[in-house]
Design a protein around this ligand. Structure first.
Ligand SMILES: Cc1cc2nc3c(=O)[nH]c(=O)nc-3n(C[C@H](O)[C@H](O)[C@H](O)COP(=O)(O)OP(=O)(O)OC[C@H]3O[C@@H](n4cnc5c(N)ncnc54)[C@H](O)[C@@H]3O)c2cc1C
Length: 473
């Protein structure tokens, strides 16, 4: 997020003086590291949780799926622009085509997927989606999922134009460009506290080998899971009542070339009852540093850290008078979720492997290893005096426009450009205007929504960005 914002700002106004602080020795090693997330270019092409079923059995509304897809298109457009401008390197270093597939079992879900497809098939950004309830066709799309499966009803949708993205590579490449443009990057330097001066500027307390404080007119808190605690420390009223609900994630990973060669898709299914939406099981082809692997998960768990490299005191230390009720109410209202998480944590590795077998009936345990991915810091949003667990991301900005931060997780990285353009709107309206009247208006199509409503513009955008990014059109 910070690397994206920095790049947008420097493109809009090369004279801006920008400084970046990173507490780890390198950038892009927390949630954005390719092994800490699933690398899906979230465009709602396969993620069923972005398009929940209707209450009355009618075709579900595609509105949320379209909104997420449109936000992803803003990222695609911006990355294309960056490739053309030499800001990002060759596209195959960070993005590639991996088909996206939804796969469901049982009458109820088969019916839902059929209706989901009906809602999406005529939407321009989903135009190439296919649907099948024929096991032979599904086996052609993903042999691994169908081999050894008994013939209960199954259904799938398939779209060739899905993507796998290395968000860590994007972070590192954007940061390298920023450093070349004279942005000062200080790694192994933790931002400890933020205080506002009477004139509105900020005093930033820094830890690390050279503890000191600096002064800045504007501060963006792109601290991932730690954004909550820095914004709380800054004392802005807009953060009052917010909390963070951390969910840890583990995946199974297979690297054996003959196994990896048998599957080429990101396959998302339905979440178990009580499971948080981000825990929908998926079997993914992942390519990191040019090397393909298979990933299955996530297995959610309870861990009070807000960052993988965070502290177990993150959650308890984030409780304030203002968010105590929201925290308690979320715990009480989401009992199914808590029960699910406790069940997940107490599962043995063998039981977790059985979940993979529901997806890949012939999976062999010795082919797969278990590893820990990043922490998801889900938002607890105040609603009246209580709180609500919210999925997705949210920009929290002060009314004076001097500070903003980003809370939340998936579809996070996929929609980073749209999220950072929103930050610019709050904090750098002049730079946003510069960008909009310059390159943004011509190349970053789709910002502000509406792309899907214009079939011609959507098709042209998809064709153009596919060409620049080397993706299947
Ligand atoms: C298991 C999992 C799967 C996911 N799958 C996907 C997916 O498939 N597709 C997708 O689009 N998104 C996915 N996401 C979400 C995505 O990874 C995040 O939304 C995105 O990477 C967040 O980027 P960020 O810059 O906000 O945070 P981060 O990448 O976490 O970066 C924050 C940085 O701030 C640094 N920092 C923190 N506090 C301080 C401080 N006080 N001082 C200095 N530096 C600090 C951290 O060290 C870190 O480098 C997933 C997340 C998880 C956990």
């Amino acid at each position: 997020m910070s690397a994206t914002l920095g790049t947008l700002l420097k493109l809009a106004n090369p004279k801006l003086k920008v400084v970046m602080f990173e507490r780890l020795p390198e950038v892009g090693e927390e949630s954005s590291n390719p092994w800490n997330n699933a690398g899906t270019g979230h465009a709602a092409l396969c993620e069923l949780n972005y398009m929940p079923d209707s209450a009355d059995g009618s075709n579900p509304s595609p509105a949320k799926a379209i909104a997420i897809n449109e936000q992803f298109q803003v990222s695609r457009a911006f990355w294309s622009y960056c490739v053309e401008q030499g800001v990002l390197r060759a596209p195959e270093t960070f993005i590639r085509t991996i088909p996206h597939m939804s796969f469901v079992r049982g009458e109820k879900d088969v019916d839902y997927l059929r209706r989901r497809f009906q809602s999406l098939k005529d939407q321009p950004l989903f135009a190439k989606m296919q649907h099948s309830e024929d096991p032979k066709q599904i086996a052609k799309w993903s042999p691994m999922i169908m081999e050894g499966r008994s013939d209960q009803p199954v259904a799938a949708t398939w779209i060739e134009q899905g993507t796998d993205v290395d968000y860590g590579a994007i972070t590192k490449q954007l940061t390298e460009w920023l450093v070349k443009k004279k942005v000062r990057l200080e790694t192994s330097t933790e931002v400890k506290r933020l205080y506002q001066y009477a004139d509105g500027s900020w005093q930033i307390w820094l830890g690390g080998a050279n503890p000191r404080f600096i002064r800045a007119n504007r501060v963006f808190v792109g601290a991932g899971g730690w954004a909550l605690k820095l914004l709380q420390g800054a004392g802005i009223p807009e953060i009052s009542g917010y909390g963070t609900f951390p969910v840890s994630g583990h995946f199974l990973r297979a690297d054996k070339p003959e196994l990896v060669a048998k599957h080429n898709a990101k396959v998302y299914s339905q979440a178990a009852v009580g499971a948080p939406p981000m825990s929908v099981p998926h079997l993914d082809t992942r390519v990191v540093d040019g090397k393909p692997s298979l990933l299955f998960g996530p297995f959610a768990g309870i861990n009070p850290k807000f960052l993988k490299e965070g502290s177990v005191l993150d959650l308890p230390k984030s409780v304030r008078l203002g968010n105590l009720l929201p925290y308690i109410s979320v715990a009480l209202k989401n009992f199914d979720l808590l029960r699910y998480l406790i069940k997940e944590v107490t599962k043995s590795k063998r039981q977790k492997f059985e979940q993979l077998r529901e997806f890949v009936p012939n999976a062999v345990e010795s082919d797969w290893s278990y590893y820990e991915a990043g922490q998801r810091a889900q938002i607890i949003k105040p609603k009246g005096r209580v709180g609500e667990l919210q999925f997705g991301t949210e920009v929290i900005a002060s009314t004076d426009g001097t500070i903003a931060g980003l809370l939340g997780a998936s579809p996070g990285a996929s929609v980073s450009v749209a999220a950072m353009l929103d930050v610019m709107q709050h904090m750098f309206p002049t730079e946003l205007e510069n960008f909009q009247s310059g390159p943004l208006s011509k190349t970053v199509t789709g910002y502000g929504g509406g792309l899907n409503a214009d079939a011609k513009a959507a098709a042209s955008h998809l064709r153009k960005t596919a060409k620049v990014l080397g993706l299947r059109a």
